[in-house]
Write a new protein. Structure first.
Length: 237
């Protein structure tokens, strides 16, 4: 199967979709690390916890979250890889035992996309002669080499970026004055989330302001909810 990232181009037009695999894992890991740890710290602080309890909760959240992210990404991406492998084997079988039917499938696909019947058949025949399996995986199923599943990479990137993200609010909780700690953590978290959202958008070639606002809004809501719950539990226990 050919690598789509190596296809020639008549002009310079960089595309960044090949980054989606590791970029999604990195941004998700860092975002979750910042937000979940900050929310946990804010909840404990709002409930009246002392410095030891706050830092302990944040540290435990960092370790648990990093391992959870690694396991979740590995299982999720592995499942995707297993599904794609099964589809690939199924297509190999069909091409070996029903080549005529498979050719007609390609013809129908290209006609549906707007090619005339004659041109659709010509394209289907030529692509089948070049690499029938690649043509069917790409045009029938939607599997390409643009962003192949990489379970270990996704797990490692998610765990590391979660830990790095979680370290930001945890460091604030360690050294900021205990009075007003919720506000200090909240402000640091908003800045970190905005920077992360803009950085992730820039790496993927997307609008930075919209991405930053999106993560900030959800971050504020999450911290507000956990702070309110922490304060409620702290006053009732």
């Amino acid at each position: 199967m050919s690598d789509l990232t190596d296809q020639p181009s008549a002009h310079e037009e960089p595309h960044l979709s090949f980054r989606t695999g590791w970029l999604r894992a990195a941004v998700m890991g860092a975002n979750d690390g910042i937000l979940s740890t900050a929310s946990l710290i804010a909840g404990v602080a709002a409930g009246g916890g002392d410095r030891v309890a706050i830092v302990l909760a944040g540290t435990a959240g960092l370790m648990a979250g990093a391992m959870s992210m690694a396991a979740g990404e590995y299982v999720s991406v592995s499942s995707q890889a297993d599904t794609e492998a099964a589809d690939t084997e199924r297509e190999k079988y069909e091409l070996e035992h029903n080549p005529d039917s498979e050719l007609e499938e390609l013809v129908a696909i290209y006609e549906f996309r707007g090619l005339s019947p004659d041109l659709a058949r010509k394209v289907a025949v030529e692509l089948t002669e070049k690499d029938a399996l690649a043509a069917h995986l790409r045009d029938e199923i939607g599997i390409t080499d643009l962003s192949p599943p990489a379970p270990v990479q996704a797990a490692v990137v998610s765990a590391l970026t979660f830990a790095v993200g979680a370290a930001a609010p945890l460091l604030v909780a360690m050294f900021a004055p205990l009075t007003g700690l919720v506000w200090s953590v909240g402000l640091a978290t908003i800045v970190a989330l905005a920077a992360l959202g803009a950085l992730g958008a820039q790496a993927g070639g997307a609008p930075r302001t919209r991405a930053a606002m999106r993560v900030v809004i959800w971050g504020v809501l999450a911290m507000a909810a956990t702070s309110a719950i922490g304060a409620l539990v702290g006053t009732t226990l």
